[in-house]
Design a protein around this ligand. Structure first.
Ligand SMILES: [Zn+2]
Length: 317
């Protein structure tokens, strides 16, 4: 009898110690990233931002932001110091209408932009000189208007666009020649409901935020389905059906997803295991209003496009 009580005693002490340590670890994990600084503001002067939808950072530490409300791209250094800008409202070469995404190719030489209103990709030099553009007329329209929302580039220079309303991924070469489309509408593996964010890791593995399915889907470089994670909700590892932005940080092999309605950023390992999260709804430092995108700088700092607050916020560990 005594032995049995002893065993139960040890069991319960171990059990509750474990719970205790898990609570401590859980709390330190959710506060893993802290607010560092912010830049932008609601006017249209140099460096100020109006509803920025997208952000990207090249390997040298140049930060590019779609200043959507002002129809221009702005370029900053990692401290948020304004470097240059280009663009104005319109549909001519180098002009913008409803800018939605910006992406720097891995070499840092070329900047790609995506506009919802002009239905096109434009390609620029790193200092904003127009190179070329393409539309989506020759992509097998499927009876649905093409509505690309984000783009990403693999290490071979191919450009991939998420087509939100046609529930597909489109692949082009670096000069805009259409190559292939992937996926169809649905919730099975490899199907999409409003795909939005897209990013590649260092092995050209593809990660897509499949928004209305509240999940991230992962594909190999030939677009074979590998795995998925996430479910509907606002808990850890869940998505609210509005997760527009995703990025990958090579040095730590981790994936970041921003959620517009849950107003947070979640951090996962490459297999989709939840690591931590930060952010809540509001205007204070560290809070968000309808955040649409994020980018990771070479040292692992997280830059969030806090779209509704017309600013970029920077977080560090
Ligand atoms: Zn969008």
């Amino acid at each position: 009898m005594i032995n049995i009580f002893l065993i139960y005693g040890i069991f319960f002490i171990s059990f509750y110690s474990l719970l205790f340590f898990e609570t401590i670890f859980g709390e330190s994990n959710t506060a893993e990233y802290q607010f560092l600084t912010k830049f932008g503001g609601k006017e249209s002067n140099d460096g100020e931002l109006s509803t920025p939808h997208s952000i990207d950072i090249d390997k040298k530490g140049n930060v590019y932001v779609t200043d959507t409300g002002n129809d221009r791209i702005q370029k900053y250094d990692l401290d948020g110091k304004f470097i240059l800008q280009w663009g104005e409202e319109g549909s001519e070469d180098g002009q913008f209408d409803k800018l939605h995404d910006v992406y720097v190719d891995p070499s840092g030489q070329f900047i790609y932009t995506l506009e919802l209103a002009n239905h096109r990709v434009q390609k620029f030099t790193y200092d904003g000189k127009f190179i070329l553009k393409w539309g989506f007329e020759d992509t097998g329209g499927r009876g649905v208007e093409r509505t690309p929302h984000q783009l990403s580039i693999d290490s071979n220079g191919y450009v991939y666009l998420t087509d939100k309303n046609a529930h597909q991924i489109l692949k082009f070469d670096e000069n805009g020649k259409f190559i292939e489309s992937y996926g169809s509408k649905g919730s099975a593996a490899g199907e999409f409901l409003e795909p939005h964010g897209i990013v590649f890791d260092s092995n050209n593995t593809i990660y897509v935020t499949d928004m209305k399915n509240s999940r991230v889907q992962v594909f190999d470089k030939n677009f074979n389905f590998i795995r998925q994670w996430g479910s509907f909700g606002n808990g850890s590892g869940q998505f609210s059906g509005t997760s527009p932005g995703i990025d990958y940080y090579e040095k730590q092999d981790i994936v970041f997803v921003v959620d517009k309605t849950s107003t947070n950023v979640q951090v996962f390992d490459k297999d989709g295991k939840f690591i931590s999260k930060f952010g809540s709804k509001g205007k204070q430092d560290g809070q968000f209003n309808r955040p649409e995108d994020l980018a990771i700088d070479p040292e692992g700092k997280v830059f969030v496009a806090d779209t509704g607050n017309s600013r970029i916020q920077v977080f560090e560990k």
